[in-house]
Design a protein around this ligand. Structure first.
Ligand SMILES: [Zn+2]
Ligand SMILES: [Zn+2]
Length: 520
């Protein structure tokens, strides 16, 4: 498959006499993704824009001596892919920490593997005692032991280096005794609001596992700013990686302000080869900080600030997604009525959401559990009461445990679900245990959303899942779990629906559908 990469897909189909093309594509499998133009067999490109589409005979009139003509043969041509949600600077930074991903992404299968990897990293890099050792991507649902590594496990790797390993969801982490000591966290430390310090039941001492905001109690984590000297290289490599998957618009959702400033400096040095849309993490902004955020509608050197991002709950694979009804199987030691919890209170979220809608600032809101989706729906409904604000395109990021009744509200309020459709493969088997068959089968109900004619997108949430868009489409179309179980066959998308969700659908989410997402 070829991808019309880097093209500003602008609608300009009428051919005028003085136009000429730099590149002409000719083929029988040109998928425009625009239902209004279906019988396209040739496409002309000049500079960064598609200038004409039509039949080969017609389009070849735009050929000059220097025009490159590409015969597609059996290859398909599709619009450049648009990343509806992910974290580009995190992808860049994580190349600097230990990769603890299980197959098929990485190699880690047991807690022993983790301890050995940490130990060998300390040795190979000759890290001095006291140096933080960071890792990312272990997955308790896939480890042989089916549990998180705890402080005792990690103490085997080192008693002298503080170690912090972040879970594959990004919503939990596990630390060793040196990290707890360095951060003054012990049995007397209270859980922070929106987080849990997991404990050894008889002593109350932390067992090493930190949920959600409890990860913020440590001076370092996988996302702490990296040295300026490394930043540019890592970011350009990360963008190159996205582009290798056919992605031409990349999201950096929930970035911190110092990194956003650095991204601007780097772009000014040399424009990015793909478009990067950045949304600052806004849970901790006060009203003045929030007011100072100005969303930009056009790119400067390949970068624009697209709006803001909030988070309301955790992750289903970490069993911290906030539900309205109890989990079928919660984390160890939790009561049978465990539903997890919001990480941001409605009293703080609602006025901020109202302010953003009023100002027309595009907003992404992380909400996985139906409890968190209720919070978002309630917040937006309250803000829109007695007001006429249309076409705000507020995005429900992940929206995984969306209920049927919530889909109706979603449509009514003009919200856009961006489903984390990679999940059925990566964590589908685990979700059946966590949520029971009925809720698991309706996870990320993309096909129902399409039937209700609600605009939606799908995403990988890189670096949680690598930004491989073909695999994302494969999961969305097949919904096969690791054990080959089809999770919610009714919610499988057609290949065209999946392609739409990562091209024209995603362009719509970004208010860029006039320029991108289709070959027109
Ligand atoms: Zn998220
Ligand atoms: Zn995310």
């Amino acid at each position: 498959m070829l991808i019309a990469s880097g093209l500003e897909l602008e609608a300009k189909s009428s051919i005028t006499g003085d136009q000429s093309a730099d590149v002409i594509f000719i083929g029988d499998h040109i998928i425009t993704v625009d239902s209004a133009s279906v019988d396209v067999t040739a496409v002309a490109v000049a500079g960064q824009e598609i200038i004409a589409t039509g039949s080969a005979e017609e389009i070849l009139k735009l050929k000059k001596s220097s025009t490159r003509v590409i015969e597609l043969g059996e290859n398909a041509l599709v619009p450049g892919f648009i990343d509806a949600h992910g974290h580009m600077t995190a992808v860049a930074k994580l190349t600097e920490v230990i990769d603890l991903a299980p197959p098929p992404v990485g190699y880690v299968e047991s807690i022993n593997d983790i301890v050995a990897l940490v130990e060998s990293t300390i040795e190979q890099q000759q890290l001095a005692p006291g140096t933080w050792v960071l890792g990312f991507g272990y997955d308790d649902s896939l480890l042989k032991e089916r549990r998180h590594p705890n402080r005792n496990d990690l103490d085997q790797a080192s008693l002298d280096h503080p170690i912090m390993l972040t879970h594959a969801s990004g919503h939990l982490a596990t630390v060793n005794s040196a990290a707890l000591k360095e951060s003054n966290i012990d049995k007397y430390t209270k859980n922070p609001p929106g987080g849990v310090i997991r404990r050894i039941s008889d002593t109350g001492e932390p067992n090493g596992v930190m949920e959600e905001t409890a990860m913020g109690l440590f001076p370092r984590n996988m996302l702490t700013p990296i040295e300026d000297s490394k930043f540019e290289n890592l970011v350009r490599q990360a963008i190159q990686r996205y582009v290798s998957y056919g992605i031409t618009t990349i999201q950096d959702g929930g970035a911190n302000m110092p990194d956003i400033e650095k991204l601007r400096v780097v772009a000014k040095n040399k424009p990015y080869i793909a478009d990067v849309v950045v949304f600052p993490w806004s849970n901790y902004f006060d009203d003045n900080q929030l007011l100072s955020i100005e969303a930009e509608s056009s790119y400067t050197d390949g970068l624009r600030l697209g709006g803001v991002k909030f988070g309301l709950d955790g992750s289903p694979q970490g069993r911290t997604a906030f539900l309205s009804e109890p989990y079928n199987e919660g984390p160890p030691g939790t009561a049978s009525d465990y539903r997890a919890y919001p990480i941001f209170p409605a009293e703080q979220f609602n006025p901020k959401m109202a302010q953003l809608l009023e100002r027309g600032t595009p907003t992404l809101v992380h909400a996985n559990g139906d409890g968190a989706i209720d919070m978002l729906i309630d917040g937006v409904a309250a803000a829109l009461k007695n007001k006429e604000i249309s076409d705000h395109r507020t995005v429900i990021i992940h929206a995984q445990l969306m209920r049927r009744d919530q889909l109706k509200q979603t449509k009514k309020l003009g919200l856009i679900p961006s489903y984390y459709s990679a999940h059925p493969f990566f964590w589908g088997d685990w979700h059946r245990r966590s949520f029971g068959e009925e809720r698991a089968a309706f996870i990320s109900p993309a096909a129902e959303t399409a039937r209700m004619q609600i605009p939606f997108t799908i995403h990988n949430d890189a670096p949680i899942v690598p930004p491989d868009m073909m695999r994302l489409m494969w999961v969305a179309v097949n919904r096969k779990t690791r054990s080959d179980f089809v999770l919610g066959p009714d919610q499988r998308l057609t290949p065209m629906q999946a392609l739409h969700a990562i091209t024209l659908g995603a362009a719509y989410q970004y208010f860029e559908e006039d320029k991108k997402g289709s070959i027109t």
